[in-house]
Design a protein around this ligand. Structure first.
Ligand SMILES: Cc1cc2nc3c(=O)[nH]c(=O)nc-3n(C[C@H](O)[C@H](O)[C@H](O)COP(=O)(O)OP(=O)(O)OC[C@H]3O[C@@H](n4cnc5c(N)ncnc54)[C@H](O)[C@@H]3O)c2cc1C
Length: 286
């Protein structure tokens, strides 16, 4: 039985590892980096086995090492579509197709984007939705982080190591967990701007100008970069109805989890569970 796992975040890697241990012919398809969303995390403090916490970068590095050490085959490409034809899954990648008997989808989430109309064209390349590609490159800059949840506060902590950060919140109360809020409050170069409504983002004099409203008054923030962390939504490739109905297709991890309980250990648990179910069902070659 050939199994393809789509997405090499914690969920997909856990499933691939366990399937490999059962002796399945397993392939992992990843469009970006092994480790997934945790590449954006500052420190992971709630994963068992790391009493001092572990940085997102190191955690992803270790996952990658484990996948490579086992010799699991990884294809770096994006799955655009999943169909089922003659009892086989057909996966359309960017340039070719792949076939498998069992398909595990662990494609995580994507950021909710700001409406394009509020971002002037020239400003767009200074607006980011994740920080993994830029966190080591931005130095001595003024950065605004839009949002009030865990990700916004986590991004602020990461970026404050080398920059000045303002967290811009629409409401009065942070939605992030207390430990993240407390940490931000203790960092001098992080400020919290409350009750701010962002109206327009323009590029002027080599800066981003954030036109906002606070208490019915117009206020502006000038920054070098804006990081938008206003939530995430499920991220799925196109899946045909027939494929979705198949009991040989599994959705695991954040793509299958409600927003308030998206956590790495839950994703890993779901990856293990899917692999165990594949093994226990003992499907014969179809
Ligand atoms: C800033 C931040 C900090 C966090 N901190 C913590 C923490 O401290 N503790 C904790 O438990 N959780 C934390 N999380 C949450 C955690 O990152 C997620 O719950 C976890 O990564 C979900 O794992 P996943 O495998 O389901 O999805 P993801 O990690 O999102 O992985 C999905 C993978 O699929 C790939 N992919 C997507 N679509 C395709 C496609 N079509 N083809 C091929 N590949 C594709 C993506 O590139 C990605 O690598 C944090 C999240 C953020 C944003």
């Amino acid at each position: 039985m050939k199994v393809i796992v789509i997405g090499a975040g914690p969920a997909g890697c856990a499933a691939a590892m366990q399937l490999w241990r059962f002796g399945f012919d397993v392939e992992l398809i990843e469009r970006n980096c092994i480790g997934g969303l945790l590449q954006n995390a500052n420190v992971i403090e709630n994963y068992l086995g790391f009493p001092d916490g572990i940085s997102g970068d190191m955690f992803c590095k270790l996952i990658k090492e484990q996948i490579y050490k086992l010799g699991i085959s990884v294809i770096y490409d994006e799955v655009k579509q999943i169909e089922i034809i003659d009892n086989e899954f057909i996966l359309s990648l960017t340039k070719n197709t792949k076939k498998c008997d069992i398909c595990i989808v662990a494609t995580g989430t994507k950021p909710i984007q700001l409406s394009e109309v509020i971002i002037e064209e020239e400003a767009r390349k200074y607006v980011f939705y994740e920080i993994s590609n830029i966190k080591h490159q931005i130095n001595n800059c003024k950065v605004a982080v839009l949002g009030s949840g865990d990700a916004a506060f986590d991004y602020a902590i990461s970026l404050s190591k080398r920059n000045t950060v303002s967290i811009i919140m629409r409401g009065d109360n942070p939605k992030a967990i207390r430990t993240l809020v407390d940490t931000c409050n203790q960092i001098n170069n992080i400020s919290l701007e409350k009750n701010i409504q962002l109206i327009k983002i323009i590029r002027i004099n080599d800066k981003l100008l954030l036109n906002c409203i606070k208490d019915s008054e117009l206020v502006n923030f000038d920054v070098d970069y804006l990081i938008v962390a206003i939530g995430r939504e499920k991220n799925l490739p196109k899946i045909s109805e027939e494929a979705l109905k198949s009991d040989r297709l599994f959705l695991i991890g954040d793509v299958a989890t409600e927003k308030n309980i998206r956590q790495a250990s839950i994703a890993v648990g779901q990856g293990m569970e899917a692999a165990m179910n594949v093994y226990l069902k003992n499907w014969n070659k179809l």
